[in-house]
Structure formats: structure tokens, C-alpha cells
Write a protein that binds this ligand. Structure first.
Ligand code: FAQ
Length: 330
């Protein structure tokens, strides 16, 4: 799908003729699938859009550790605990690669953290929902990681080199995450009626928030048209949401679970599932800070940042001393 076909509410995308020569050469590079690297010239809007998206993505990975972290001490077996621990550690790693990718655009880790804590930078809406039962850990792996992969696989081909490369490793790890979630769901669905009920309840609560992860509908997406023209995004929000529904419905059927949507129906003519309208007012409330767990999540991040201040100061003092010693020896 070409950017121009996406009905986005943002500023109209400039045509090549309307661009200054430098910007035109940049766009032609993008159109020819040449990667943009940190030292290359880039329009200010491209740099800012990447900082916004990559830093929000990084914050999502870091905040995303919290709902699952809640279950590490209560995982049902030693094996499940070790797997969950590894998954949550992977998410910390993803956050770090992504912060590094954003740093190549001239913003520091401290600035990004300040933007998160002040509410200027967002993180994914999905992490503002609570994890009430062990089945939620299965549902997160299956649905949330499943949605994350659907969105991130195309980003391996995005125009900005450091972001595209970070995505390659992240996607490999995300597929392990998705499979471990589905495996939890399979175990529950083959278990007692109570366990199957827990799995259904988790699906009922996570289905709609998972679909909202892809962002607002295309006609309300401010950034899509420009981001797609710059290949910062390769697919529109609705396109990926549809792909996710099409992929996930048979997986739910295999589990013997029911997707909580009375309007869900295979549409032979379109070759896709039709699905019900989502409650976008809930999405906007959550991203404004009024979801069920927003306050708790931000408090946890603020506390971690404040508690770590002495360590960051220690590291800086050590670095300064080392540098002074090196200078004295020269
Ligand atoms: C598709 C989209 C998320 C949004 O498209 P865009 O073109 O950027 O925006 P658009 O114009 O369509 O929207 C208008 C406004 O709405 C905001 N908004 C939209 N959607 C959301 C949302 N869901 N949550 C919160 N805010 C959202 C958007 O920022 C903008 O507001 P702004 O102007 O910034 O104030 C894009 O940024 C993207 O692909 N990001 C990279 C992937 C990424 O970040 N993945 C994160 C999950 S990683 C993961 O899950 C791994 C994991 C699994 C399990 C456990 C732990 C970890």
C-alpha cells in the first residue's frame, strides 16, 4: 500500500517536485530502499519522527516488563518461572537496543527517560492493563507478542539502518515469546474445566486491547501517511490489525476458545475476517493516562529511575576519574 492511499489525518505528504533538492535526494534514496545511517543528512521531521517512534517503542519494552514481572514469583512450575524470567530479561534487552538506536539520532537516554516520566513520550497502551491470573501471562505471550511481531517484522525493512537492524534480533526473540505464551494457553485449554475457563477469561480481557496496539484507525492516524512515505512504517495500522485478526482466529479455534466478538465472521469476498468496531474512546483514555494501571506503571518507572540515581552518579564519577588518569598519562 502506498502512503498516499492511507487516509491519514496528518499534514499532506509533499511530492518530489515540492521538495528542496537535498530533501528530494533523500526521498529518492528512501524510494530506492537505500538505508539511512546516523551521519547521513536527513530532514528534521524524519529525525524527530524516528526519535518519537523508537523511544516510545523502547519505553514500551521497559514498561512492558511490569505486567509479566508481576507473575515471576508466582509461576506455577520452576520451568515456567525460568522461561518467564528469560522473557522479561529479553524485554529489558530490547529496550536497551532501542534506546541505543534512538541515541544515534542525537537524543540521550536521560532525555528519553525524562520525556517518559513527564508524560511527553508515550508507551504502548497495552501495558496499562492488569495481569489478574496466570492465564494472562499466556494471553500476553500469544496476543501481545503476536501483535508486536506482526508490527515489527516489516520494521526490519524500515529505512533507518540502526532501527531496522535492532528489529532483526528483537523479532527472533519475540517469536520465542509468542510461542511460550501459546504453549501456556494450550496447557490450560487441555487442563481442567476451571483452567480452560481461566484461558477464556484472559482472551476475553486481552483481545480488544491487543487489537488497539496497532494504533488508531487509519483515518485517525496522524503520522501514518508521512511515516509510510519515509518508510519508518511499512504498513498502515488497519492493514496490520486485519492481518493479526486473520492469523489469530484459527489459533483460537485450535485452542477451542471463542474470540469475544459477536461480529467476527469470515468474509469470503474480501478473503479476510470482518470484526466488530473497537471502543476507541477507551484507547484514547488509556493513552491520555487514564487506563487501569497507568499511574502504577509510571510510579514504578519513576521509583526505579530515582533509586538508580546513586548508581548512575557513581558510574559517571568513575568515568571522569578514568578519563583524568588517561589525560595525565598522555
Ligand atoms: C503503530 C504505532 C504503534 C503507532 O503509529 P504512529 O504512526 O506512531 O502513530 P499514529 O499516528 O497511528 O497514532 C496517533 C497517536 O497515538 C499514539 N499511539 C498509537 N498507537 C498507540 C498505542 N498502541 N499505545 C500508545 N500510543 C499509541 C501515537 O504514538 C500517536 O501519538 P503521539 O503523536 O506520538 O503523541 C507505531 O508507532 C509503531 O509501529 N511503533 C513501533 C512498535 C511499537 O512501539 N511497539 C510497542 C509494543 S512492543 C511490545 O509489545 C513488545 C512486548 C511484548 C510483550 C511484553 C513486553 C514487550
Amino acid at each position: 500500500m502506498y502512503a498516499q492511499e492511507v487516509k491519514s489525518t496528518g499534514k499532506p505528504v509533499k511530492s518530489l517536485e515540492e521538495m528542496a533538492p537535498e530533501e528530494r535526494a533523500f526521498q529518492q534514496k528512501i524510494d530506492a530502499d537505500v538505508k539511512i545511517e546516523p551521519k547521513d543528512w536527513m530532514p528534521e521531521g524524519y529525525r524527530k519522527t524516528l526519535i518519537r517512534q523508537i523511544s516510545q517503542h523502547a519505553h514500551s519494552e521497559i514498561v512492558g516488563q511490569l505486567p509479566e514481572g508481576n507473575w515471576i514469583t508466582r509461576a506455577p512450575t520452576l520451568e515456567r518461572k525460568a522461561i518467564l524470567l528469560a522473557k522479561v530479561q529479553d524485554e529489558a534487552g530490547h529496550g536497551l537496543y532501542l534506546y541505543c538506536a534512538a541515541e544515534t539520532l542525537g537524543i540521550s537516554r536521560d532525555q528519553m527517560t525524562e520525556q517518559l516520566l513527564s508524560g511527553k513520550a508515550k508507551y504502548s497502551s497495552i501495558f496499562n492493563y492488569p495481569t489478574l491470573t496466570w492465564a494472562d501471562i499466556g494471553a500476553i505471550g500469544w496476543l501481545v507478542d503476536g501483535a508486536a511481531i506482526m508490527n515489527q517484522v516489516p520494521l526490519q525493512r524500515c529505512s533507518y539502518g540502526p532501527y531496522a537492524r535492532a528489529m532483526i534480533r528483537i523479532c527472533k526473540e519475540e517469536s520465542f515469546h509468542q510461542r511460550q505464551g501459546y504453549d501456556i494457553m494450550m496447557k490450560l485449554c487441555r487442563g481442567t474445566p476451571e483452567q480452560k475457563e481461566m484461558a477464556q477469561d484472559a482472551l476475553d480481557r486481552w483481545w480488544r486491547p491487543a487489537l488497539m496496539m496497532f494504533g488508531p484507525p487509519d483515518d485517525q492516524s496522524v503520522h501514518s501517511a508521512q511515516s509510510m512515505a519515509w518508510k519508518i512504517k511499512l504498513n498502515s495500522n488497519d492493514e496490520l490489525r486485519q492481518k493479526f485478526v486473520d492469523q489469530t482466529v484459527p489459533q483460537a479455534e485450535y485452542l477451542g476458545l471463542k474470540i469475544p466478538d459477536p461480529d467476527l465472521k469470515w468474509n469470503e469476498a474480501r478473503g479476510h475476517y470482518d470484526f466488530g468496531e473497537l471502543d476507541w474512546s477507551e484507547f484514547y483514555e488509556v493513552i491520555k493516562g487514564n487506563g487501569p494501571c497507568n499511574r502504577e506503571r509510571m510510579e514504578a518507572r519513576r521509583k526505579a529511575w530515582e533509586d538508580g540515581a546513586w548508581f548512575r552518579e557513581g558510574l559517571m564519577a568513575h568515568a571522569r576519574k578514568k578519563e583524568a588518569r588517561r589525560m595525565a598519562a598522555e
